[in-house]
Design a protein around this ligand. Structure first.
Ligand code: PLP
Length: 470
């Protein structure tokens, strides 16, 4: 049988017709002309291709409507890749996919204030002379930790690379096999070592590394012993490795540099870290390590940054590396970091005002109470659905505290009528506000630990506005 005749493409609407159609469309008419014509042209091209492949029928009367609809979808899916505020109902506090730490209000205000005008980035206002960017944040870091000197760079990966370049380029660095970490795929210690121009010398085994393994590996070309905090995993069971203090003694007795990559950056000298078995910055510095590095946006609760603390001589040397310029932070980061560090001057304030610290230490009674409140709000919005409060577990996330259970309370939503939870989760993700949930045993779980009450109302509205799947 012969197929249908080739469609008459001249009957496809012109761009002028499409633009007229868009001008009458409530959604499309708000768009700037550039992205609008791009989306219309793409949609028209696709329709033409489909017709050429003889898929579907061609009725010039509905071609305009079809192209406009397809353009609307294209614009919506492009918008979904835009950086968007998200409600995190997953219970993963430092969610890497959701931007790790959330800034304290004072940090947000400082950031907005500095962004809205000129600022004293490299001017010392008291003298009018040139100042060093980040100097105040560095002073705060020294004051809070007792370090001699501090340096702030783009992230901990940058801090580590700079440390290796400055102190061990072309020479060997001893690392235990139990500490060859990978953080989120693109950060793998052996690769960072290469990028820093140092030679990785693995010592010991995955589960056991002894001090004598380090001793035996030292040769004329050894520059450094590096201790890496296994921040996102733990080696448990028949396991052993020397601590930073022991390694520092060995390093110094053999004229080597001791570097502690702490990763998470627990800055408070506080019980929560002892309970979680998480080494703190202060403890690390007390061992006498020459320098330590950690992230600004993990347990510190600030913006993305890498902090290097150590002896003045060492830090000054790293500062002179031309690469330091490429890895430096901008004024917005400095503003947020300074305001975050100021909160640490009063530890009680840090614990209550830095959102991730508050989330980590919220007691179960308070969580249960908040989960009940949220469930009540949601029952009003979704009267037909089954919503219960249940016990569950939250996670610190962001490559921190992997073995620390955080009992929490969640609102469990078991959809009626066999609606797919994945379908609901997808609708919530693309909703306004965007909501990310945890799915557990056929239910949508909303963990209140990562949902401040200010988000709970938005969450309820978002869920009730979501096109009812049922
Ligand atoms: C997270 C982490 C890093 C990487 O830090 P970024 O700030 O993400 O670059 C490096 N080392 C350790 C031990 C870490 O935990």
């Amino acid at each position: 049988m012969k197929g249908p005749a080739t469609p008459d493409f001249s009957r496809l609407p012109s761009m002028t017709t499409l633009l007229e159609g868009a001008a009458a469309d409530a959604e499309l008419r708000c768009l700037p002309r550039g992205p609008l014509t791009d989306a219309l042209r793409e949609a028209a091209d696709e329709l033409r291709d489909r017709l050429r492949r003889q898929e579907g029928s061609f009725d010039s009367a509905d071609a305009v409507a079809r192209i406009l609809q397809s353009a609307r979808e294209k614009i919506a899916s492009r918008r979904a890749t835009r950086l968007t505020r998200v409600i995190n109902a997953t219970g993963v506090i430092l969610h890497t996919g959701l931007g790790r730490s959330v800034l304290a209000e004072s940090a947000v205000r400082r950031l907005a204030d500095v962004a809205a005008g000129y600022c004293s980035l490299e001017i010392d206002l008291s003298t009018g002379q040139r100042g060093r960017r980040g100097q105040y944040a560095e002073q705060l870091l020294c004051q809070l930790t007792g370090a001699e000197a501090a340096m702030i760079v783009n992230n901990n990966a940058a801090a580590t690379m700079l440390a290796l370049r400055g102190m061990a380029a072309g020479r060997e660095v001893l690392v235990s096999r139990g500490q060859l970490i990978e953080i989120g795929g693109s950060y793998r210690l052996p690769d960072v070592m290469v990028a820093g121009g140092a030679v990785l010398r693995e010592v010991g085994t995955t589960n056991k590394t002894h001090l004598r393994d380090y001793e035996a590996a030292i040769n004329d070309n050894t520059a450094m012993i590096m201790h890496v905090h296994t921040s996102n995993y733990r080696v448990v069971g028949f396991a052993e490795s020397p601590g930073v203090a022991e390694l520092t003694r060995l390093a110094h007795s053999r004229g080597l540099v001791m570097f502690d990559d702490l990763g998470s950056g627990a800055l408070l000298d506080d019980d929560i870290w002892r309970a979680a078995n998480e080494p703190t910055v202060i403890e690390s510095l007390r061992t006498g390590a020459d320098f330590v590095a950690f992230s600004g946006d993990k347990l510190l609760g600030g913006p993305q940054a890498g902090v290097l603390l150590g002896r003045r001589e060492t830090i000054d040397r790293l500062r002179r590396d031309p690469m330091a310029r490429a890895l430096r932070v901008d004024k917005l980061i400095i503003a947020a970091l300074e305001a975050t560090l100021e909160l640490y001057q009063d530890p009680a304030k840090a614990k209550s005002e830095i959102p991730i610290l508050a989330a980590l230490s919220e007691p179960i009674d308070s969580l249960t109470h908040r989960a009940e409140e949220l469930a009540a709000m949601l029952r009003e919005a979704l009267p037909a659905e089954t919503l219960t409060v249940a016990q569950d577990e939250s996670f610190a996330g962001g490559g921190s505290l992997p073995a620390w259970p955080l009992p929490t309370a969640v609102v469990r939503w078991t959809p009626i009528g066999g609606t797919s939870v994945d379908d609901i989760a997808r609708k919530l993700r693309i909703g306004d506000p965007a909501v990310l949930v945890r799915i557990n045993q056929g239910a949508i779980c909303l963990d209140v630990r990562t949902i401040p009450m200010s988000d709970a109302r938005g969450l309820t509205e978002g869920i009730s506005l979501m096109k009812q799947p049922c």
